[in-house]
Design a binder for this molecule. Structure first.
Ligand SMILES: NC(=O)c1ccc[n+]([C@@H]2O[C@H](COP(=O)([O-])OP(=O)(O)OC[C@H]3O[C@@H](n4cnc5c(N)ncnc54)[C@H](O)[C@@H]3O)[C@@H](O)[C@H]2O)c1
Length: 380
């Protein structure tokens, strides 16, 4: 009989749905040491909460996260609320001595993030931040290829994270999902929301970033604020591009926007090394492009690896070769690593301290764009 782990989830939106699915499915597909119990779900919107709890099979509900965090029957608190709530919920959860899983970005800024990291480390319980793209099999395979030395010394990292849903000036700001357009709730625009993923992936692959030089733009200056029913200034970065120097001497270029007409969620990376390259695009997520300079010249070229074989990361837990996995599965893969890490007493990657390193880069990017100069990255 497996030990039970009682989960309390906060936030019934997009991520609340992805994570509920992960708790529901984890034990069906992965042999981990704990049985997930969907004990309690919390949202400040009571009507939405009741329907959500019934749909996903959560045993109980709370409308106040403070009550949920304080409950003795909750072991793990999973935070899926907008960014301006992360700090207070994490501080209370750490104080209550619970395991924490937090959605990215870590915080509104690095100052908040540093205090949160200190608090969870002092509490000494397992913690992680859901940078789920690390658990896409093709991305995990790229990591293996880089770590095995197959592409050798890395010279370049090139990332894009492109969307197009804010092109129309009629898109409002504020409220469910669109809180992302309001810096008071989101902290920043594409830098914290999208580039945080690219930075996390880059540092996972090739190590810390030493310095950055950035530019940002806000293309549409005013939008209707939901709830206020009047136009208000847009306070986020709609687009951001930055240059990076890594500590190991590699160079990076990063670009993100929500104004790339036709791009819905294009998240790409390319890593060029002395012996080869790897390239990935989330819009064709089961494929990893690999170039091996050691191949005979006559057959040398980019190969497309379809990462749906049982030998590929995570895939032995899923279907037969040829049947790929998608967005919902990457969250289940992430949860599987976290829970088996708890079982074995291993650190989860990324944990709060790793996410703080990403937060320092995000803060430096925004400050570089504001001050028009290179910024050195603080150590987490
Ligand atoms: N890892 C990823 O790829 C990914 C993708 C999307 C969002 N996110 C992150 O997940 C978090 C949530 O984003 P989302 O897209 O699910 O947002 P959302 O707007 O879809 O859902 C947020 C939910 O939180 C609830 N809420 C807000 N304030 C609350 C409070 N004080 N107490 C209880 N409930 C509250 C809202 O009612 C809503 O149901 C954010 O930090 C976001 O950056 C991560």
């Amino acid at each position: 009989m497996k030990k039970e782990l009682n989960v309390g989830l906060i936030g019934c939106g997009f991520m609340g749905k992805a994570h509920s699915n992960a708790y529901l499915k984890l034990n069906k597909f992965f042999d981990v040491g704990y049985e997930m119990v969907m004990k309690c779900v919390c949202d400040s919107n009571e009507e939405k909460l009741k329907a959500f709890a019934a749909n996903w099979g959560w045993e109980s509900t709370e409308t106040d996260w403070r009550k949920m965090v304080a409950r003795d029957d909750i072991d793990l608190v999973d935070i899926c609320t907008p960014n301006n709530t992360h700090h207070d919920i994490v501080m209370a959860t750490a104080k209550a001595g619970k395991i924490i899983a937090l959605e990215k970005p870590l915080a509104m800024n690095a100052e908040e993030g540093a205090a949160m990291t200190e608090a969870v480390e002092k509490a000494g319980k397992p913690n992680m931040v859901w940078f789920n793209y690390r658990r896409v099999p093709a991305a995990a395979l790229a990591k293996q290829i880089i770590d095995d030395g197959k592409i050798g010394r890395v010279f370049h990292y090139r990332a894009k994270y492109l969307q197009d849903y804010t092109i129309s000036p009629d898109v409002p700001q504020g409220g469910d999902a669109l809180w992302r357009l309001d810096a008071k709730v989101a902290g920043s625009g594409v830098t914290g929301d999208l580039l945080a993923h690219s930075i996390d992936m880059a540092t996972w692959f090739i190590g810390p970033i030493a310095s950055v030089c950035a530019m940002t733009e806000t293309f549409i200056k005013e939008r209707v604020m939901q709830g206020e029913d009047k136009k208000m200034p847009v306070t986020i970065d709609d687009a951001c591009a930055f240059l990076a120097r890594f500590e190991n001497g590699a160079l990076g270029t990063f670009e993100s926007t929500r104004y790339a007409c036709g791009r819905k969620n294009q998240n790409t990376f390319e890593v060029n090394g002395e012996k080869g390259s790897v390239a990935f695009d989330l819009e064709t997520a089961h494929e990893l492009e690999y170039f091996d300079h050691g191949d005979p010249v006559s057959v040398r070229g980019w190969r497309t690896i379809q990462t749906w074989d049982s030998k590929h990361p995570y895939m032995k837990n899923w279907w037969v070769p040829g049947c790929g996995i998608g967005y919902e599965h990457w969250h289940i893969n992430t949860l599987a690593d976290f829970i088996s890490g708890i079982e074995k007493g291993e650190k989860m990657c990324p944990d709060f301290r790793d996410a703080l390193a990403t937060q320092y880069v995000c803060d430096a990017v925004l400050s570089s764009a504001k001050n028009n100069k290179w910024e050195t990255i603080k150590k987490p």
